[in-house]
Design a protein around this ligand. Structure first.
Ligand SMILES: *Cc1c(COP(=O)(O)O)cnc(C)c1O
Length: 361
């Protein structure tokens, strides 16, 4: 080892899902939206005047902050925007989780949380989900340095009711509680309203899933003006110009088209309900999803083998080689057509001989 290496901040990075991009492939592995962004987004991009790129963008991202404040019915001082919710969450970890006491999050959850905690040297403990993969709210009662959980949770797809979310916040008023609502628009109740009553609550959402803009990188947070001010202080101490001119312009268009947003999220929910039925008819079991993906298992088939078999057909889903979840696949809800291709493959799928024989022995 070189001497200078002892001074390197060494981290184990988060591993995102595969991002292959071949024509004709069916990509159901990273929870993207199968529908295009709102039509106004394309129009705004075509009409975009590039001369403004000469200038730095507005560091406060005001146009987007204001559009989001209006949509969420809060004041602009209560909104923060960032480069995807990953950026918002990372800055929130840095700003709000600065205690000697461990922060708490579920044992099965978004795998970026432990990565940020390690990177920022934040102590943490995980609270095990119960046998049915549900968050146990009482696990978040003991003293801690902060709380974060997604609602709905990923990769389980299960949502807590708003009363349970509030119960966790109520028991944690001396620390910051972050609710990661990446999937909330697909069927869970948002905690945004609770930010009026709890000044320690930060609700984080993204344009990557329900607004079909994973490639644009926009995330945002809603919280009390005090919380948002602290978050901005950290951002301005790191990089003032996180949101570029094009992103700001296109982001506003996406927020404004409420009708398109309602239509596409409803379509995905319908496809999800249908997928639940079709998979169940084929002997699979999916958890009761409030998200744009299903967490699916089969009593006999190996999830890993099925994942590999699907991959050979150019159908990508997500498999997690980790304790408790390695019998499951996380399948993003695609278009009806993409899902039909999935069902058609599953109908003719027969697992390998070796595996069947093993089970009989
Ligand atoms: C997708 C996802 C995010 C991050 O999304 P961005 O693309 O960075 O906005 C955050 N949390 C959870 C639980 C997610 O699934």
């Amino acid at each position: 080892m070189k001497a200078w290496e002892s001074n390197v901040r060494r981290v184990t990075p988060y591993t995102p899902g595969d991002q292959p991009n071949r024509p004709g492939m069916i990509k159901l592995n990273t929870n993207e939206n199968p529908y295009p962004p709102a039509p106004g987004v394309e129009k705004a991009l075509r009409e975009f005047q590039t001369d403004c790129l000469r200038l730095y963008p507005d560091p406060a991202a005001s146009v987007l902050v204001e559009a989001l404040a209006e949509r969420c019915q809060v004041k602009p001082e209560q909104v923060f925007v960032g480069v995807g919710s990953d950026d918002v969450l990372a800055l929130a970890f840095l700003a709000f989780f600065h205690s000697q006491k461990p922060i708490v999050f579920p044992d099965i959850t978004y795998s970026f949380y432990p990565v940020w905690a390690d990177e920022f040297r934040i102590p943490y403990r995980t609270a095990p989900l119960d046998e049915a993969f549900r968050i146990v709210k009482e696990d978040y009662y003991p003293e801690n340095g902060g709380v974060i959980f997604p609602n709905p949770n990923a990769p389980t797809s299960l949502a807590l009711g708003l009363a349970e979310v509030e119960d966790i916040i109520k028991h944690n008023q001396d620390v910051v509680v972050i609710v990661d609502e990446a999937y909330v628009d697909f069927g869970a109740e948002s905690a945004v309203r609770l930010t009026e009553r709890y000044d320690n609550l930060l609700v984080v959402q993204t344009f990557s899933k329900s607004r079909s803009m994973a490639g644009m990188r926009i995330g945002f947070a809603v919280g009390s003006p005090l919380l948002i001010r602290y978050l901005n202080d950290v951002k301005y101490s790191f990089n003032s110009y996180t949101m570029n001119q094009i992103t700001l312009r296109l982001g506003v268009e996406a927020v404004r088209d409420e009708a398109y947003f309602q239509e596409t999220t409803a379509k995905i929910k319908r496809t999800r309900e249908e997928a639940g039925k079709r998979l169940s008819a084929l002997g699979y079991r999916a958890l009761d999803s409030s998200a744009n993906f299903l967490f699916v298992t089969h009593p006999e088939y190996s999830a890993k083998e099925l994942y590999e078999a699907l991959k050979k057909e150019d159908i990508y889903v997500r498999y997690f080689d980790a304790p408790r979840v390695d019998r499951y696949l996380r399948i993003t809800i695609g278009t009806d057509e993409q899902m039909e291709a999935l069902y058609a493959f599953l109908e003719r799928y027969r697992p390998g001989l070796s595996q069947r024989r093993e089970r009989k022995l």
